[in-house]
Design a binder for this molecule. Structure first.
Ligand code: PGA
Length: 258
């Protein structure tokens, strides 16, 4: 498939870290450090910090988003949060189907599909995560798992809707473990995902959709991963908690290769 230029994008995922005060001082320090980045800079923060940091990043190139949402528009769902509330607080995107949601909170593809559809209705950019466990990889089931997760989580999504979304390949064995997939392993999985999108939604959509890699991304491996043709961006967990490492990853082009 012809390679087309997709704007690089680096997404930080803070998970359940940082108070409002910590979040505000982080973005104050981050914004000037990433102001010259050639790609897009996204930061996915805890619900409580969305309003404060989106207000605090108004005149910067840092875009704020959320890490999860409910699939209903509103309702009697104690403790849940709706996409329109995230939007109201200043979120522009939402991570859906992260492996911690799938494995710790038992979210299945059907629910994730419903969340994707609601996020699109709420005009939030969904970042849909997929990825295999180490057991699935060792049993040679990586492609089968990715195909199942992608086709089921994207069921009923139109061409136009898919071009408004992003995908993230995050092998479960690489998340928070320090075992990054090699650039070749990641490229292989990304290429598989893009071919699957091409098969089901056509080559225009497949060429446009950004596929991010996530799993132990660090300043030392960011550039090598980003050099692969089907890796359009990075989803960064642990290393996004420090302004220094996150800014280095965002500015990966300036990192010298080993
Ligand atoms: P990690 O997390 O960078 O700490 O491995 C990635 C993620 O969970 O998105």
């Amino acid at each position: 498939m012809a390679e087309q230029s997709r704007t690089p994008i680096i997404v930080g995922n803070w998970k359940m870290y940082k108070t409002i005060e910590e979040a505000i001082s982080f973005v104050k320090e981050l914004a000037p450090a990433v102001s010259k980045a050639s790609g897009r800079v996204f930061l996915s923060v805890p619900f409580t910090a969305i309003k404060a940091v989106s207000d605090g990043t108004q005149d910067t190139n840092v875009v704020i988003g959320a890490q999860n949402m409910n699939d209903a528009c509103e309702g009697a769902f104690t403790g849940e949060i709706a996409g329109r509330m995230l939007k109201d607080a200043g979120a522009k995107f939402v991570i859906l189907g992260h492996s911690e949601r799938r494995h710790i909170f038992n979210e299945g593809n059907e629910l994730i599909n419903s969340k994707v559809k609601q996020a699109l209705l709420d005009r939030l950019t969904p970042i849909l995560c997929v990825g295999e466990t180490i057991e699935q990889r060792e049993e040679g089931k990586m492609e089968q798992v990715l195909e199942e997760q992608l086709t089921q989580s994207l069921e009923g999504i139109t061409d136009d809707q898919l071009t408004e979304m992003m995908l993230a390949y995050e092998p479960v064995w690489a998340i928070g473990t320090g075992h990054t997939a090699t650039p070749e392993q990641a490229q292989e999985a990304h290429q598989f995902c893009r071919k699957l999108i091409e098969k089901n939604w056509g080559s225009d959509v497949a060429n446009q959709v950004s596929i991010l890699y996530g799993g132990s991304v660090k300043p030392g491996n960011a550039k090598d991963l980003m050099m692969k043709p089907d890796i359009d961006g990075l989803l960064v967990g642990g290393a996004s908690l420090s302004t220094e490492t996150f800014a280095q990853i965002v500015n990966y082009e300036t990192i010298m290769c080993n």
